[in-house]
Ligand binder design. Structure first.
Ligand code: SAM
Ligand code: CA
Length: 279
């Protein structure tokens, strides 16, 4: 029986689980805690954001990356992955297999207009920009432009910067502005939500108007290192991380019961929940 996709047995915290918890710093730089901060890679080795899979077997995960992900990774994405790996908060970036999955999903959907909440250095953003058609557009929102500017030269060199409309600021404020414009009702084919986890339900209510019927909203980190199912005893979660864990449990419960969407809760990376708008 192939069990490779089951998540770590819990409660049984491990370094891997700890690594997978990203949003501590994604959302609150003041209270946040630095990650264990392995600085990764040269070629062929994993960036630390590629070490946050919940797969039981690290060897198997490495196998997936080396067999099916890295050999097909666009040169620009690889370059940005390596730049991001040198960032002290590199664990915030999406994993390579996850962005490969998102790219395929966008192609299957024929997505043209997307919105991304939480950009960091632009790794998932670049994957999206490389995937969308020439006239596609991504509205990319982040409160911090500096990290985006680290990745921007790579995005420009890849010839996809014209697809990106970067908006600097608090996502909720920017989204509320979009809600006031008739043009944006049902405008987006896809939304990737990967910023302040405690606002996910606020984003959800609004994105259900901004994303078209049949479109998809993806929420990242919805397994929060496995802690949504059982709290680790040996490495207890602290303050803000615990608050995010609780917010994620709430989000998961809400999404599971929301009749306006069809959902699919994937165990890829740190958990990704896809919500297809039904009405
Ligand atoms: N999606 C990126 C990727 O996979 O490469 C990673 C995004 S990182 C996990 C989260 C980002 O959200 C950070 O860059 C942070 O500055 C941003 N962020 C956090 N809270 C925010 C807010 N309220 N509004 C806008 N951006 C926010
Ligand atoms: Ca994430």
């Amino acid at each position: 029986v192939f069990t490779g996709y089951s998540i770590l047995p819990l409660p049984s915290p491990s370094l891997k689980m700890e690594r997978s918890i990203e949003g501590i710093d994604s959302c609150d730089r003041e209270r946040g805690r630095e990650r264990d901060g392995e600085i990764a890679p040269g070629d062929g080795t994993m960036a630390s954001h590629d070490q946050k899979s919940l797969l039981q077997s690290e060897t198997l995960y490495k196998y997936i990356l080396e067999t099916s992900v890295y050999p097909r990774e666009p040169e620009a994405l690889k370059e940005l992955r390596q730049i991001t790996a040198k960032h002290p908060r590199n664990a915030m970036a999406a994993a390579s297999d996850q962005v490969q999955f998102l790219s395929m999903l966008l192609k299957l959907m024929n997505a043209k207009n997307t919105i991304e909440i939480g950009v960091f250095t632009g790794y998932s953003l670049l994957a999206t920009a490389l995937t969308l058609p020439e006239d596609g557009k991504i509205m990319a929102i982040d409160v911090n432009r500096n990290n985006y500017e680290l990745g921007l030269p790579v995005i420009q060199k890849a010839g996809v910067a014209h697809k990106i409309d970067f908006r600097e600021g608090l996502a909720l404020t920017i989204i509320d502005e979009l809600m006031g414009e008739e043009k944006y009702k049902g405008w987006f084919d896809f939304a990737f939500v990967d910023a302040d986890k405690k606002n996910c339900l606020n984003y959800h209510q609004r994105l259900l108007e901004l994303v078209r019927v049949g479109g998809v909203i993806g929420y990242d980190n919805t397994l929060w290192g496995g802690t949504v199912a059982a709290l680790p005893e040996e490495q207890p979660l602290h303050g803000y991380s615990m608050e995010i864990r609780d917010a994620t449990v709430e989000l998961n419960k809400y999404l599971a019961a929301d009749p306006r969407i069809e959902i699919c809760h994937l165990s890829i990376s740190d958990g990704l929940t896809l919500c297809r708008r039904l009405s």
